[in-house]
Each structure stands twice: as C-alpha cells, then as structure tokens.
Ligand binder design. Sequence first.
Ligand SMILES: [Zn+2]
Length: 341
Amino acid sequence: MQDSYSMSKFFTIDIHTHILPEKIPFFNEKFGYGGFIHLEHHKPCCARMMMDNTFFREIQSNAWDPEVRTKECNLHHVDLQVLSTVPVMFNYWAKPQHTLEIAQFLNDHIAGIVSDFSTRFAGLGTLPMQDEKLAIQELQRCKKIGLKGIQIGSHVNDWNLNDEHLFPVFEAAQELDMCVFVHPWDMMGKDKMQKYWLPWLVGMPAESSLAICSMIFGGVFERLPKLRVAFAHGGGSFPSSIGRIEHGFQVRPDLCAIDNNINPKNYLGKFWLDSLVHDEKMLDYIVNLVGADKVALGSDYPFPLGELEPGKLIHCMPYTDDTKKMLLSGSALKWLNMEKY
Ligand SMILES: [Zn+2]
C-alpha cells in the first residue's frame, strides 16, 4: 500500500461511481404498473432498494448523501467523482414517456449535486434510449443542465448498440460533445445463472464485450470518430478475447464484416476502459492494449464488487508518475473533455 502522501500528490478522478436520490417517488403507483425501484429507509443511514416487493440491494447513505461521499473521497484521495445512476434505474423496458420522466428526475438530482459541489462531482445523465426522439431531447437538456455525458446500458431491450434506432442518439452525443459511459445491465443468460452471483461475475463481463463488439462491427466508431465512449469493468471479457474476435473477423468476414470491413484491432485505443479489473496483470494488459491514455480510474463506488479503496490498484503498479497521472486523471479529463479544476 502506498503512503498517504504519494497517493494525494496525484489529482484523482473516479469515472465510475453511482448515486441515487435519497427519496424516490413510488413510480409503480404513479404509472399504474410495476417493475420500478423504490427505497425503503428502514433504519438510519441505510435503505433497501426494492423492485415492487422484491429486495434488490441494501445501500448506505454514501449512495445518496454528497457530504458522506465527500468525506469518503477525502479518505481515498479522490478529488472528483463522476456520478451516474444505478443501471437498474435505466427502465428502458417501461413506456418511453415514463422512462423520460424518471430520467429527468434522476438527471436533475445529479445536476443539482454537481452545481452544489462543482469541484467534487461531475455528472452523467440517463436517457430513454428506447425512443430516439425523447432520448435526444433529454440529451440536449442534460447538456444544458451541466452534465458532461450520459450513461447507457450494454444493450437496449432487444437492440444491441449497433442498432440503427440508437445511432441518432450517438450522433447527437458526438455533436453535443457529450461523452458516453456504457455499463453492463440486464445480463444475458441470467435465467441460467440463479446461483453464485453469476449474472454479475459472468454475465456482466460478457455484456461489456457484447457492447464493444456491437459498436465495432456495427461501424459506430467508424462513422462517429469523435464520439468518446468508455466501457465499465475494464471492458469486461473484450480485452482478453480480442485475438479471437480479430481471428473470427479474418476467417468469417461473411459473418463479421457485413457492416464494417475494418479490422476490429484498429479500434483499440479509440475508446476508453475503466480500471476496474481487480488484478495487476490484467490492468497492465489493458494499459498495454489500449494505451494508458485510454484507461481511467473507475471504482464502482459505493458498491462492494467495486474497488473498495478507489485507485489502490493503480497506485500499487510499478508505473512512472506520468503513467499513474494519466490513469488517475489524464485519460478521464480527455474522455470528459474537461480541464483540471
Ligand atoms: Zn457500476
């Protein structure tokens, strides 16, 4: 473990942190159907995230209270947290107008915190991605209320990220200079993964690879070279599968190269990955694969599958100060298109 001085000498941005409002309206009642998350504050500083009557996750006050988060950031030497909602709040399955209403509620909440603590937090919005018109409308509003980008799921209902319904939203994000954070959710194969937390351990890394491959093969990066996209969890299983993916592209272009005939390896270094891989060799591998300027600290704060001491893995690496600086803030600043405060 590095000493406190050497940790604090690096300006540090955590691009992958989640936040919720302390009070969430009972959307089930409001909209007249179920599936939405609400919070049960059953004791001080703790709440249960409930989906209808089913328990989803226990959270503490660091999931909603910016003062508590600030204290913990000080403890971990994190200077700036990028806030995004919890993926279970995407609600892409709901009626688009209702998803929009919830997105506006969540986005206003994040924008309020960013405006109250502008040197501590930057914000990403959520959009009703199942409806491109409403999504673009809310994206434009996110820009106006001071958010730096958006967080989206690794797929949107039956659409992968190459789907033509989603392209106009990506195009608008590029135009509006809004970055995109892709987070796995609604994990594939979850019905076959009832035990051992497998949707999180197996499904999530596969979802991230699905998202990256869909954007590469679908030509999204090719058509939108200025779109700044970051993928959670070090890109999931994508980095370790890139050899197989390229080989597949070469031997079966009839299957892989139908929408974009450029080698998938050509896109390495054109999108960002967060650093959340929990393993020194894997972190070193992704840094070599996409470049230190495309790997940014992401901790999944405040959740237990995240890096519990944000930045610890990067600090423990035998890297030069310049490389650490890049991983801890340089690449995040480029992704966010922000200047250092
Ligand atoms: Zn996360």
